[in-house]
Design a protein around this ligand. Structure first.
Ligand code: BTN
Length: 277
């Protein structure tokens, strides 16, 4: 959950407090494209740790998985708050694995969001998960997941795909300013879910969708437009040059947000959506 304040001391967490077992870690390697898991009971930021590992060639397809993250980073200046029971991980992806040309890298965030929507739908039948362009997943109108994709510089370049999902960290225990805006999977399911099940489902869907991105499958555009939370809504987007308003008309094949503004249909490749009705 994006927030400036520190986590509260108590929480309504009632799930898999023990973290991940040896069997869980073996299962991740056996059932997904991940080759190695670096499991940490506590980590400041799994993205920062994965970026450190990126220089090591043998670290391809490494998953950094934290039971608890203490200084999670979000997009821009945002921090990512996660209480006990949240799923926080980063996976180091060598773009060659999915034959991802550089021009497709900006769409990795949306594609990850799509994979997470598919995984959530697999685990919970209702309501359907939605993509909030460009890096959030919503469930029942509230944020359930944030994504932070970062690239490494120099040498053989890699992508770090960082994901935070509210799984068993119920929004009822979140700081007041987040309570109305966030939701956890356990809130919707009415029970706690093993985080490893959520993680395996996400990684399997991620491989499937990144493979589609690498093979330039056209259906990706229709899938992310179909999942787009903003379509048909009045949206305000913040850009370095100021704010723009328009009615969202979906997402184009390059992952740009389409807004019908006073000047016609405009495409936005970056920006922060600050409001939507
Ligand atoms: C956002 O909503 O702005 C993105 C939040 C991304 C949070 C995840 S949690 C795991 C990974 N490690 C981090 O430091 N950030 C990402």
């Amino acid at each position: 959950m994006n927030t400036p304040p520190p986590p509260p001391a108590d929480s309504a967490f009632s799930g898999d407090e023990q973290g991940y077992s040896r069997d869980d870690l073996d299962r991740i390697v056996a059932e997904t494209f991940v080759e190695r898991v670096e499991h940490r009971p506590e980590c400041a930021s799994t993205n920062s740790r994965a970026l450190e590992l990126a220089g090591d060639n043998s670290a391809s397809c490494t998953l950094v998985l934290a039971d608890r993250q203490t200084d999670g980073r979000g997009r821009g200046e945002n921090r990512w708050w996660s209480a006990e029971g949240a799923l926080t991980f980063s996976v180091l992806v060598k773009p060659d694995l999915f034959r991802l040309p550089t021009r497709r890298w900006p769409q990795v965030s949306l594609t990850t969001g799509l994979a997470i929507c598919d995984a959530i739908d697999e685990l919970l039948s209702d309501p359907p998960a939605c993509l909030k362009w460009p890096n959030d997943v919503y469930l029942g109108g509230r944020k359930v997941c944030g994504i932070l994709v970062e690239g490494t510089d120099g040498g053989e370049r890699s992508l770090v795909v960082g994901v935070g999902v509210n799984v068993n960290n119920s929004a009822t225990a979140a700081p007041a300013e987040l309570r109305e805006k966030s939701v956890a999977l356990c809130d919707v399911a009415g029970r706690s879910l093993p985080r490893v099940d959520v993680l395996v489902a996400i990684l399997q869907q991620l491989a499937r969708q990144l493979d589609r991105l690498g093979s330039e499958k056209e259906e990706l555009q229709s899938q992310w437009t179909c999942r787009c939370l903003l379509t048909g809504r009045q949206v305000e987007i913040e850009l370095p040059a100021g704010r723009r308003m328009g009615v969202c008309r979906g997402i184009d094949a390059d992952g740009a947000l389409l807004l019908e503004t006073d000047g016609g249909t405009e495409r936005f490749v970056s920006g922060v959506v600050t409001r939507f009705d």
